[in-house]
Design a protein around this ligand. Structure first.
Ligand code: FRU
Length: 496
């Protein structure tokens, strides 16, 4: 059996990252230092910087024995890699250090809580994977796994709760100083459930209750839960596996789920009031949030989806990026997202037009680029019939383009990467139902080298998609069936 040590991972990443040039990476989205990246982990503010760890397999651009990669930033957009934080090197996590979270302890140390995976040979059923919750403490760079690991084991769970699907602890501190964490689990009927655990000191944990049961409503197992108060409501985020579609709200496969409700901290009862998807594109999964020092709830997701990992740049030595970090709020029973305001510091070269009449195909001077922050308001022109369809083609050259298409009759917005140069089949488009007043659509498009994040109506809906068209494809074209009127403000984004 191969052994994975921290030292081996650190030496490997240090040598091999030199083979990846800056031009092969996104400009302001965090990508894997080398090899493979999935979920964000341990997202936290600690000793004057944001820390973002990630599910990491340095040795290959495919998923493998999970390590924790590590990066820090002061503005959430310029990330500096730190050495691998954890390797699967202990008896309790030898088959993987799976997802988890972080917080600062009263003694100033950082506490990491994560899932340790161990495969055991069982008579009659081959290798079976057991998952437990483990701890490590550190100073923001070096981490030591806790000698009392694992601190939460399946055997201590009620009868029928899965010991194999028991993962992704998200930890927080309560006002009285005690700690809680939520963990994804599977109930006896195979359906997901979120378990709540408590601890006085962050080290000794006990089961408190089942916080939310899926009961077959949204997919099966729920991965990567997060649970927090926001704007007078309580929000539960989870990433369900094996979803069935529900209209244009949820799609097949791995999805994202946001439940908004009320939480009684005395009885620890969560009452669900609203549900929605978190992101309506293809590439967004396993989001995790943290609080910024100025009190903003910030979320970052894995800008990828398990079912589409074959859409990648050929020959690339890294795979997997994080979404742009997003500020969250709750309004009228919905989760709103906006790119973090720090992004505004990257804006250059403002170009603005008002009341542009779009009829047929239109290109506008200086509206182009692949590193873009662009705000648009699209309205009906004062002509009979107005517009029946509005299309924005971007990342465009003669051969390829991405497209975003709005149908005001059906109130459907479609993001499509089919013509972006992908040579693999699969899911390349997604649609979302956007109720718009007077067919007025507000968009903010954030483009980086390999991704588009579309924030609709001030962040009420978001669609995220990756694509790998060559950098030179930087045209932006507007197209209306009928006649539309458009305001546009566009900036180029530039990193330091
Ligand atoms: C979600 C997930 C988690 C798990 C991790 C393993 O994408 O499946 O549930 O901890 O990835 O890498």
């Amino acid at each position: 059996m191969e052994t994975y040590t921290l030292q081996r991972a650190r030496e490997y990443e240090q040598t091999r990252e030199r083979e990846i040039s800056g031009e092969d990476r996104p400009l302001f989205h965090l990508s894997s230092r080398v090899g493979w990246l999935n979920d964000p982990n341990g997202f936290s503010w600690y000793r004057d910087a944001y820390h973002l760890f990630y599910q990491y397999h340095p040795y290959d651009t495919q998923w493998g024995p999970m390590h924790w990669g590590h990066a820090v930033s002061t503005d959430l957009l310029h990330w500096e890699y730190l050495p691998t934080a954890m390797a699967p090197d202990m008896p309790f996590d030898r088959d993987g250090c799976f997802s988890g979270s972080a917080l600062e302890l009263p003694d100033g140390k950082m506490l990491l809580m994560y899932t340790g995976v161990v495969k055991r040979k069982e008579p009659g059923s081959g290798l079976v994977e057991y998952q437990t919750q483990c701890l490590a403490t550190g100073d923001g760079r070096e981490y030591k796994k806790y000698e009392g690991n694992p601190v939460l084991v399946g055997e201590k769970l009620p009868e029928g709760f899965s010991r194999m699907d028991f993962r992704d602890p998200k930890i927080w501190q309560c006002e009285d100083g005690s700690y809680r964490c939520v963990v994804g689990n599977r109930a006896a009927d195979g359906s997901g459930q979120i378990l709540l655990f408590g601890s006085e000191d962050g080290f000794r944990w006990t089961f408190r209750k089942v916080l939310v049961e899926n009961r077959g409503r949204y997919g099966k197992m729920w991965e990567c839960p997060d649970f927090f108060a926001l704007d007078g409501h309580q929000v539960l985020l989870a990433s369900p596996q094996d979803m069935l579609p529900q209209g244009l709200e949820y799609h097949n496969g791995n999805g994202t789920l946001c439940l908004i409700g009320a939480y009684d901290t005395e009885t620890e009862m969560f009452e669900q009031q609203y549900d929605q998807a978190v992101d309506y594109g293809v590439d967004f999964y396993a989001p995790q949030t943290t609080l910024s020092p100025d009190g903003r709830r910030i979320m970052v997701g894995w800008m990828q989806n398990w079912d589409t990992c074959n859409v990648r740049k050929e020959g690339c030595r890294w795979f997997g990026q994080m979404s742009v970090p997003r500020e969250l709020s709750v309004k009228n029973g919905r989760l709103f997202q906006q790119p973090v305001r720090e992004l505004e510091a990257l804006r250059r070269e403002k170009v603005a037009y008002r009341n542009v009449l779009v009829e047929g195909q239109v290109e506008l001077p200086r509206i182009c680029g692949r590193f873009v922050d662009m705000e648009l308001e699209i309205r009906q022109a004062d002509v009979p019939g107005g517009y029946q369809k509005f299309i924005i083609m971007f990342a465009r050259n003669e051969e390829f383009h991405m497209s975003l298409e709005y149908d005001p009759v059906e109130s459907v917005l479609k993001l499509d990467r089919k013509f972006s140069g992908i040579r693999r089949g699969g899911i390349h488009q997604r649609r979302v139902h956007i109720p718009c007043r007077n067919s007025t659509l507000k968009l903010r498009m954030i483009l980086d080298r390999y991704s588009a994040e579309i924030f609709v109506n001030d962040g009420e809906y978001v669609m995220t998609m990756t694509f790998y068209t060559k950098d030179e494809a930087e045209g932006i074209t507007f197209l209306a069936h009928g006649m539309a009127k458009m305001d546009i403000v566009k900036y180029s984004l530039q990193s330091k």
